[in-house]
Design a protein around this ligand. Structure first.
Ligand SMILES: [Zn+2]
Length: 368
């Protein structure tokens, strides 16, 4: 019996090795550069030599001021080492948070805040550390938005299948669960977006998302990684029906994750139909080889659009206008008055935005 098993094992291993050898000996099918230093050009192999390399794309689109609209690098200290990568890949700004809808998120929210204080030009801090089933969540949301956070996220509004998010203790049953309706109202008051994780993207949980969008028309809801396990038709349907919905497009999922049943090209017509409603993200490279590979995928989307004005919107303007539209809070204005007193500087506090307030308070160049 054991001998048989051994023989079978040898035969199986042998045929796999033969397969690998046959496959890799075909230079057209397999591009497998082996280099010591992984860079964008090696992380995202380009299949045909006529296609632009990722480095060429970065060079071509570096002036678009690309924003990563969904990034978890405040879990731990990854954001520190990524700053260099963001710089070399011309990722102009990053929406930063950490853990999702669980107690540990309270600490990673603090990390995203500290990252913002240290680098307000690059970091856009969001938070996720509250239990939507507890009334105290309303205080957390108000306090954090007053303090200067720009959005809520990533919030687990519903998760059945995600190996990580389905296990978090504060996840919702659906996008209308617990105090979420009141939280949407607070978001509307502060003009702050809320980035939701919803899986699966169909059935009851999506009906509840539609209910949330209809009942809270002044709240900007961003559907996190809207293209993950989801069809372009479904995204089109939702955007058509709900003007307050935005789609966070996790480009790396579509280009690099074998579980994607769509190609980038499939989503381009929807992006053209709704030019103001898409933004791009890396999701920190979740489920793909690296965050930098996911950055490369964002540039591939921009190139596939074949429309510089649209690329500008999706790379930067759509999310930027949501962030810039937020007014300075009373708490920020009070802090600026305090700072003015201490430093003897004066600031024009009329029509101040949250972005401007943050720069006055935290930029090293301004007011210090
Ligand atoms: Zn995420």
């Amino acid at each position: 019996m054991k001998k048989h098993l051994l023989l079978i094992a040898i035969m199986v291993t042998g045929s796999i090795m033969l397969g690998i050898w046959l496959f890799s000996s075909n230079p057209e099918k397999n591009f497998n550069p082996i280099k010591a230093e992984p860079t964008l050009s090696t992380l995202v192999p380009v299949e045909k030599s006529t296609e632009k390399t990722i480095l060429e794309l970065v060079e071509q689109y570096r002036d678009l001021k690309l924003i990563d609209s969904h990034n978890h690098d405040a879990s731990g200290s990854k954001y520190l080492s990524m700053q260099e990568v963001w710089k070399r890949d011309f990722v102009n700004q990053v929406v930063l948070f950490g853990d999702v809808s669980e107690p540990s998120a309270i600490m990673t929210d603090q990390t995203s805040w500290e990252a913002y204080q240290a680098n307000p030009e690059v970091i856009i801090p969001y938070f996720s550390g509250f239990d939507m089933h507890d009334k105290s969540s309303l205080d957390v949301v108000r306090t954090n938005l007053e303090k200067g956070y720009f959005g809520l996220g990533e919030i687990a509004a519903a998760s059945l299948y995600s190996p990580v998010v389905s296990k978090v203790v504060w996840k919702g049953k659906d996008p209308m669960d617990g105090y979420l309706p009141d939280i949407y109202d607070i978001c509307a008051k502060y003009k702050a977006p809320i980035l939701l994780h919803i899986d699966p993207p169909n059935g009851m949980v999506m009906e509840k998302l539609e209910e949330a969008l209809d009942k809270h028309p002044n709240t900007n809801i961003i559907f996190g990684h809207a293209n993950a396990f989801n069809s372009p038709e479904n995204i089109k349907y939702l955007l058509e029906k709900h003007p307050n919905l935005y789609a966070d497009f996790f480009a790396g999922f579509t280009t690099l994750n074998p579980a994607s049943s769509n190609k980038l090209e499939d989503f381009i017509p929807v992006m053209k139909q709704f030019p103001d409603r898409f933004m791009l993200s890396t999701d920190s490279g979740y489920g793909v080889e690296s965050e930098e590979a996911a950055i490369g995928a964002m540039y591939q989307v921009l190139d596939k659009l074949g429309d510089p004005a649209l690329a500008q919107k999706i790379a930067h303007n759509n999310l930027d206008s949501i962030i810039r539209n937020q007014p300075a809070t009373e708490t920020q204005i009070e802090e600026i008055r305090q700072k003015a007193k201490e430093t003897g500087s004066s600031y024009d506090l009329s029509h101040l935005s949250k972005v401007e307030a943050g720069k006055i308070l935290w930029s090293k160049r301004v007011g210090s």
